[in-house]
Design a protein around this ligand. Structure first.
Ligand SMILES: Cc1cc2nc3c(=O)[nH]c(=O)nc-3n(C[C@H](O)[C@H](O)[C@H](O)COP(=O)(O)OP(=O)(O)OC[C@H]3O[C@@H](n4cnc5c(N)ncnc54)[C@H](O)[C@@H]3O)c2cc1C
Length: 202
């Protein structure tokens, strides 16, 4: 049977995760990643990788909660597995401190992370320029280990990786059935390049 040809543009944490999900879950697809840079040269490699969301304006909180819960549960399962060390996913205990008391002192994700609590006066004494703080036990996903781990899984599932700077998403449609754009900050220039191509065509 002819396989469905999927191309994922970008090899950061979003592109690699997307490619692995498709390759492992849908064996009738052939998956190729096209990226200008691979690990260790992506933004995802330098991120602290701490799982702590911000509220995104314009998106219902319930949906943001679902996204965060899904990500947290997925990474927690890896943390509790024998693969935790190789994948670079671990528990991380930390403080989030504020110069002013925030309007919302209990964020929507407070009951998804573990042990969320307001910091005590004694703890706050360590941060004299700050008025409020929260202690959190969450997870940390280290890109420098997580991306190579995903690469291994992708290769095992039959996926391929090619170094290539994409300048025209539409061109990919001639050779692929599905295009997934995971180009991170590069997406802005990619979309702008494609917009000007569209205008030039007119
Ligand atoms: C210093 C720092 C600390 C951070 N800390 C955290 C943190 O603690 N927690 C957190 O959640 N987030 C953190 N972030 C944010 C996090 O790093 C990003 O949200 C995440 O890495 C984005 O992943 P991505 O896969 O979308 O993009 P990237 O990792 O940027 O990957 C983009 C991919 O697309 C490719 N690409 C781009 N344009 C093209 C093109 N035209 N053709 C082909 N390929 C292309 C690139 O080469 C690359 O492979 C931090 C970021 C920085 C800079």
């Amino acid at each position: 049977m002819k396989k469905v040809k999927v191309v994922v543009v970008g090899a950061g944490v979003v592109g690699m995760s997307t490619a692995v999900c498709i390759a492992e879950a849908l064996p009738f697809c052939s998956v190729t990643i096209l990226a200008e840079n691979f690990s260790p040269d992506t933004t995802s490699d330098v991120a602290a990788g701490i799982l702590l969301p911000w509220e995104i304006p314009g998106i219902p909180l319930e949906r943001q909660r679902r996204w965060f819960q899904g990500t947290f549960d997925h990474l927690l399962a890896i943390t509790d597995s024998p693969q935790a060390s190789e994948a670079g996913v671990l528990q991380s205990l930390g403080y989030q401190i504020f110069k002013e008391v925030p309007i919302k002192t209990k964020p929507y994700w407070a009951d998804i992370v573990f042990g969320f609590r307001t910091m005590t006066d004694r703890e706050m004494k360590r941060f004299p320029n700050h008025k409020f703080g929260q202690a959190i036990l969450t997870l940390k996903c280290e890109g420098l280990r997580y991306l190579p781990w995903l690469e291994k899984r992708l290769t095992k599932a039959g996926g391929q990786m090619k170094r290539e700077k994409v300048t025209d998403l539409q061109q990919l449609a001639y050779t692929h059935d599905v295009i997934v754009n995971c180009s991170g900050l590069g997406s802005r220039s990619l979309v702008e390049m494609n917009r000007s191509t569209l205008y030039a065509d007119k």
